[in-house]
Write a protein that binds this ligand. Sequence first.
Ligand SMILES: *Cc1c(COP(=O)(O)O)cnc(C)c1O
Length: 387
Amino acid sequence: MSASPRTAPPLRTWLEIDGAALRKNVAFLRATVKRHARGGAVPQIIAMVKSNAYGHGNAIVPELLRRIPDAVFGLADLDELRAFRAAGWTAPVFLSSPVLPEELEEALTLRGWPVLSTRAEAAILAKAARKLGENVIAEAHFKVDTGMGRLGLPPAEAARELDAILKKHPNVRIVGLLTHFARSDDDDGLTRRQLALFTAFRKQFPGIPWHAANSAALLHHPRAVAGAAWVRPGLALYGLPPRPGDARHLHPILTWKARVTFVRKAAAGTTVSYGATYRLSRPQTLATVSVGYGDTYPRILSNRASVLIGGVRCPIRGRVTMDQIVVDASRVPAGKLRAGAEAVLLGKQGKEEITADELAKLAGTISYEIVTGTSLKLPRVYRNFPS
Ligand SMILES: *Cc1c(COP(=O)(O)O)cnc(C)c1O
């Protein structure tokens, strides 16, 4: 796809996305879904590629399609759906955020599945469908709140709404029932209670396909998989573990790199970067690296995170600035330390690795935000993708 940084003019900071790792994650998820289906019909995958594929770039979509020919794609909103269709991709799309009333006609025209949870929303959808034609049927998914508390109504109210929708709106077809887990990464009790509520709910509407599992539930709650029509993994597709123990099965597909631009031996007493927040207590070899908060490398990582140079961890000294950071490269073998050398901010180099979870912990956030937060302006280099 994109030229390699060796043949192109040198990039200052860039992301590399590894197709081989993506294929491994897909294979692992497909095998897990199949195993958890317990001999029944194997649920289809809704590949959650909202927010520019969690920051990795929609350029991975064709490879996902090659590996999962019957994939549905999960997007957040109409803007993302427009871009998806403009790229020429015809696969079904599930929209995980509610579509605004004035957006519904276009969403239907672009064959996006909206999510709704009340008869009032269904009435607006029915009207939008009628505007498009007498015989147009609007397909939608119906969401019930079992504990996430974001979209949908609790089961008893939801059942009354869905009954009314099924009776009143022949031009609205509910093609899926869903719920979403609040803590499938760290609370099996709550997840089981949510699943029990959802199971009781959906049994009142037999015959309507259903889905519930995000990555963590797909991996750890077979009952959210067996019997489902779909599963909705996001995080795990990108090789990021929902729970620490999942890391051994998954392969992060993202590496974030930047170049060393300047190296010097600094004396004890030297202070580093804005605010002089770091003072050398002994001489160090300092390397300046061409990335900063202007590239969405979080400033909160000042004096906290490390980068890899020559396969060695180099702690950040002083504050992250707009387009540069300074690291202690004293342990890097001299031959590997020069202007132009690659520094890895996120990902593997040699035997060392900086994970999204490591940066997330240091930044007080979650891996999702670290990868999704990578600027759209960062060049993305796709490696090991068939051209
Ligand atoms: C984003 C999203 C997912 C994917 O969750 P992961 O934890 O990334 O697997 C699944 N379902 C819904 C409704 C979502 O919004």
